[in-house]
Design a binder for this molecule. Structure first.
Ligand code: CS2
Ligand code: MN
Length: 347
């Protein structure tokens, strides 16, 4: 396995200079952030990410994310041009040495939480999601915004999007995903790139919008839509693990055995019976998920793909992008690396 770390580019307060000091981290996961969804990334911008990372001895082999334009998810006529642009991005990234592209197919919103600063007794804070609080949130109010979301939508545009999704249920969304994969995966294969869809976070419909990359059955269906290793998964333990219905260990075992996992996001959450959850430190004892078991499964299958610590808490008075501070993610990388070393020695 290759340990990586997410880096939000030159404006990220977490500097490459810091990332390179985390033992065992060999590469960064990043993206071109100044090009709107649906457009082609300039070759120079891609090359710059590579040279920036290389200047600190870090590889750039994983992109997270190349966003999928809403018109593709909605199956609108403009999707053909947008998919052609997406394919061009895959080609350009492949040429630059990128091996894995993480993306998601969630309508309108990326990850959703009801608070960004749940305060723990030890003074740290983390993201959390309380089901009861969600009913009080109106996504169309224009006042709600989360760091994972595309903030470029204006109120009217959001309303228009919500209206458009009234005719797109889970079945239609699956059809639109299939249409996308039929065109994108052959290009990925030619380009030596593995596509890795990120599960929906949380893994069930919210605000009346469909979500389909949610559980074992639906992921199996997704993999069959285009049965090729280049149509693969980002296995995000925290996203799949925040539904009581998902047994993430059985799922990981099975999808890794099938050669379909190319990227692992390791995140721990404390899960409640109603599927509310709080994000915790990576340590198994801190949450409901056992990342030791996860690493053992990677070992069992001699996993050679990429891993990164996912969201961390904010600790030691750090401020910054919620979920993406330096300190707790670095502790996470160390915990995961320690487990890996521990299970790798024969002594
Ligand atoms: C990430 C996702 O921050 C996170 O939770 O795991 O936002 C992820 O980057 C996207 O869903 C991938 O497209
Ligand atoms: Mn994730």
């Amino acid at each position: 396995m290759k340990m990586t770390f997410r880096w939000y580019g030159p404006s990220d307060p977490v500097l490459l200079d810091y990332i390179r000091q985390i033992p065992n981290v060999t590469g960064v996961v990043t993206a071109v952030y100044d090009v709107p969804a649906g457009e082609v990334w300039p070759r120079e911008s891609i090359a710059k990410l590579k040279t920036d990372a290389a200047a600190y001895g870090l590889e750039f082999e994983v992109v997270e994310s190349v966003p999928v334009h809403e018109d593709i998810k909605l199956g609108r006529p403009s999707r053909d041009v947008l998919i052609a642009n997406y394919c061009e991005n895959i080609r350009r990234l492949g040429e630059a040495g990128v091996r894995v592209i993480c993306y998601n197919f969630m309508p309108v919103f990326d990850w959703t939480r009801t608070t960004l600063q749940h305060v723990w007794p030890d003074g740290s804070n983390s993201l959390a999601y309380y089901k009861a609080d969600l009913s009080g949130l109106d996504p169309l109010s224009g006042e709600l915004s989360l760091p994972g979301w595309d903030s470029s939508y204006k109120k009217d545009e959001l309303r228009e999007l919500f209206d458009a999704y009234k005719s797109v249920d889970g079945e239609r969304l699956f059809e639109h995903l299939g249409y996308f994969l039929d065109r994108v995966i052959p290009v990925a294969r030619e380009s030596g790139v593995f596509m890795a869809i990120h599960p929906d976070d949380p893994p069930y419909p919210i605000f009346g919008l469909p979500r389909i990359i949610t559980d074992e059955r639906n992921i199996e269906r997704f993999l069959k839509l285009y049965d090729d290793p280049h149509n693969g998964l980002t296995f995000c333990t925290g996203s799949l693990g925040c539904s009581n219905k998902n047994d993430i260990y059985t799922m990981l075992d099975r999808f890794i055995a099938a050669g379909r996992v190319h990227f692992v996001h390791a995140r721990n959450v404390k899960l409640y019976t109603d599927d509310s959850f709080e994000e915790t430190a990576h340590f198994a004892a801190c949450g409901s998920l056992d990342l030791v078991k996860v690493m053992k499964l990677l070992k069992k299958h001699d996993y050679t793909g990429y891993v990164r610590p996912d969201h961390g808490r904010m600790i030691w008075d750090e401020t910054g992008k919620p979920g993406y501070g330096l300190y707790d993610r670095a502790l996470g990388a160390m915990y995961l690396g320690g487990i890996w070393d521990g299970i790798s020695t024969n002594n």
